[in-house]
Write a protein that binds this ligand. Structure first.
Ligand SMILES: [Zn+2]
Length: 105
C-alpha cells in the first residue's frame, strides 16, 4: 500500500483505489493534502496485472469451456486484479516522466 512521502501516512486500500481510478495523475494525500504521484516503477508493475484478465481467452484456445463459466472466471479475475492493484502502488512527491533526453542534459 502506498505511503505518503510528505507525511509518511499509509493510505488505505479504499483510499488508494479512489485516488488511482481518476484520470488525474495528481493524487492528493487524504492526511496532509499534499500532491502525490504514482511512480513509474509502480506503473510498470501494475501493467503486469492486465494480462491476468486475458487469461480466460487463452484457456479458451486449449479447453472447451462453457460461456457462463468463462464469464464467471473473467469476473473473478477482474476482482483479483482490482484487489491486488493498491498493493503495487508506490507514490512520490515528485512527478516522474519518462525522459529520453535525461542523459544528454
Ligand atoms: Zn500525506
Amino acid at each position: 500500500m502506498p505511503t505518503c512521502e510528505n507525511c509518511n501516512n499509509k493510505w488505505s486500500w479504499k483510499q488508494t483505489i479512489k485516488k488511482t481510478t481518476t484520470l488525474n495523475p495528481e493524487m492528493t494525500c487524504p492526511y496532509c493534502g499534499e500532491k502525490q504521484y504514482q511512480t513509474q516503477k509502480s506503473k510498470t508493475k501494475a501493467a503486469f496485472l492486465t494480462p491476468i484478465i486475458y487469461l480466460p481467452l487463452f484457456t479458451l484456445i486449449f479447453f472447451d469451456i462453457p460461456g457462463v463459466n468463462l464469464f464467471t472466471l473473467f469476473l473473478v479475475l477482474i476482482i483479483i486484479v482490482i484487489f491486488l492493484y493498491p498493493f503495487l502502488v508506490e507514490i512520490s512527491s515528485k512527478e516522474e516522466y519518462i525522459n529520453f533526453f535525461k542523459d544528454k542534459q
